[in-house]
Design a protein around this ligand. Sequence first.
Ligand code: SF4
Ligand code: SF4
Ligand code: SF4
Length: 564
Amino acid sequence: MTIATVRNLRRASQVIFFVIFFWLILKTNFSVNFNPADPNEIRLPYPVSIALEFDPLTALGTLLANGTIYKGLLWSLVILIPTIFIGRFFCGWVCPLGTLNHWISEIPSERMKRKGKQKIDSNRYKKYQRIKYYILFIFLAAALMGTLQVGLLDPLPLLARSIGTVVLPVIHTSADGITGWVKSIGIPPLSAAAQFLYDLIAPLLLTFRKMHFHTILTIGSLFIAIIVLNRIFSRFWCRGICPLGAMLGVFSRFAIFGLEKKESACNHCNECLLHCQGADNPDIGSVWRQSECHLCLNCQGVCPTQALSFRFFPSQEVSKSNPAGTAKIDISRRKVVASLAGGAALYPLFRSGDTFAANASPYLIRPPGSVSENDFLARCIRCGQCMRVCPNNALHPTFMESGLEGIWSPLLIARIGYCEPSCTLCGQVCPTGAILELTLKDKVGDKETPPNRIGTAFIDRGRCLPWAMARPCIVCEEWCPTSPKSIYLREETVYNSRGETVTVKQPYVDPEHCTGCGACEYACPVEDKAAIYITSVGESRSSENQMLLKKKNDIPQYNLRGKI
Ligand code: SF4
Ligand code: SF4
Ligand code: SF4
């Protein structure tokens, strides 16, 4: 097989993996009704989080943070084991964020053409490329202490979160806005064309309900910064920041597949440097940096004199001007120790703040099936899959609701959407077991088993229409989905503002039955701040965050399915 064919295969592989990743995120979406004949049928047809399960950094991070590997994370060995032998093939051939960075870096521009020699220099190894290893050590030490932060910068959860909570909702809003604007001009053929285009993209890209997400500006800003920096340094993110790239770099350090350089054939045209993706010094005269190489094979492909070739057990013509071997990873022992210490210090730093104290965040409502908060923060990689799949748009990335430690982990905002009783989708898509996959019986309970509770509803009598304003309203009682209802009504005769007596039905909450689903808060007709709201007290995942005395059996225990 010629090198041109191999490079074409690499390009095809990048396109295929990128499309699969994007398609899986599009399919993290449930669009049928919630009343099938068998409610257990509420399942997604595809394993939409499988791409995240191949992530070696997620597997290692969760293993360090909680001593278990969840479900499909063993798939990550499919990436890790070949890396030990052939190097960072994942970065050059598979990683969807790497591919996006590659494409954006390669968009031709006048500025790029003008850069000429500068571009060659910018593709030489730079000191900033060490940063990613220190980031990796910080994350691993923090994980070992029990706080999992890898998902903030791990490319797979980062891209899933950015596409799911920023890119796709922005596309939806833009499509709605543009179509509405074109129709408002009032020219029938234009309106028809706009509608035609809208109908064309809707089944592919748009969800049946337009999603809005909390704090997307912070997620979007990081994503835009990653994309834009590619225009200054090719694949800046991959070379300098990516902790997964760093981990694969460490594993590829002694790979037996590598670059062979023939000094006698080289004419020093520097074409190899001009096209190098990893900035790993493929040129003759520099020591090759195997841990930085993405195996894009561009250097071999563009070399006009075949001075460079990739092979197993590469041998080298050694001379003063062509040093042999591969360079060690360029990190100082002192800085590694400092990174590990810094990472370890994150845990007491996070946990000493008030945000982690029990009940400090009453509005931190986690999805149904979530494990205890300690364990949750040792599992959640902030991939946003649960938020994307939630059909009611109830789950959102946190900003500071669970402190800096839990930034971008899921939070239920009932005012935007409530938890559908017959839905267990968030547990189905969570790749790390932060949200357990509940059965319908686990979720709603039965005579013997208590339901899964995420909180309890409280009535704000100062805002409630029948309580404070002598107006009739029973919306919360009507919306409450539990059986028996967790909201009961008492008829009371009260005086209105004109001094007349009126009979209203005043709502009360029964905390024994309330699951905290938030349907009442969602539906409350008092706009802005609802007159009924949920807080986390009573949540099944915590034995402390309770207000009623509980018998042991009142707190349900679930199996961590798929735990190894
Ligand atoms: S360095 Fe990171 S983002 Fe870049 S390709 Fe490798 S794993 Fe993906
Ligand atoms: S809880 Fe949500 S954001 Fe966290 S890992 Fe699970 S699916 Fe991803
Ligand atoms: S949160 Fe409201 S709607 Fe849901 S179970 Fe409790 S009272 Fe009923």
